[in-house]
Design a protein around this ligand. Sequence first.
Ligand code: CAA
Length: 282
Amino acid sequence: MTMHYIAVIGAGTMGSGIAQVCASAEHLLLLIDINQQALDKGLGTIRRHLDRQVAKGVLSQDQASVTLQRIRTSTRYADLDAVDLVIEAATENLALKRSILQQIDAHVRPDCLIASNTSSLSITELAAGISHPERFMGIHFFNPVPVMGLVELIPGLLTSEATAASARALVERLGKTAIFTGNRPGFMVNRILMPMINEAIFVLQENGDAQAIDTSMRLGCNQPIGPLALADLIGLDTVLAILDTLQSGFGDPKYRAAPLLRELVAAGLLGKKTGRGFHAYR
Ligand code: CAA
């Protein structure tokens, strides 16, 4: 199926990044969030990244303007009636995602594909609230979306082969590499990544030096920013939500979140997006 007109639900870090890469690949894009303030913030992020590409000479001013012109914004799910694909990119919370998916389902055409950018929740479980679960699957992008090359594709138990093929074609059109993964908690990347980040937090609880931990993994393992800085980039609330999903999904205590992570989230110190997590940001 040709997916010319794409909608993204949620104008946060992931949603605005997905919107940017889709609009850059010449898709008409509808960005939906609950209020104009959230939409303006998301659009501001996209504008800033495009301006940066213009300043570096990667894009011309005209190309950046045309990309922005492809993006419409709305606070109304009723505007989904003309789209070919909806990508839900809300906070990592099962109840919230279910309620959003129900609203999407109520407004899209019967042949519209629906995807979730969930980083760990069961696609089959999310599909349970959708009238045609064969047209639903996970399309999981990585942060920062315009930079990261991978997209995980996760079919649920009832996802059709046609839906999976359309999702793969979209990812290729966006210039990214698609990897199909099983519908297991955390899929592939987060199942491997989150225990490492969690272990780094346990080490921090013991020796208290975040800088040393990140430097160790940057210089000792060639990681670009180190596990604690990466947790700050992802958002500590998201890291905690994924670890909780891994622990409950596998029933294995090895995924138990470090108490310090839980405490930082309780204090609202969520990483880069709030200005402070394991490190401080201006
Ligand atoms: N949007 C667009 N471009 C961005 C960007 C953003 N948010 N952030 C950085 N960039 C671009 C910069 O423009 C720059 O481009 P050029 O090389 O063309 O100049 C490039 O990325 C490098 O940026 P910087 O020099 O400013 O900073 P850096 O060298 O520290 O790189 C980084 C930034 C690419 C994010 C790097 O730190 C990195 O790779 N970090 C690890 C990211 C990662 O592992 N992400 C996966 C997280 S897991 C996940 O997302 C899954 C989940 O479900 C939780």
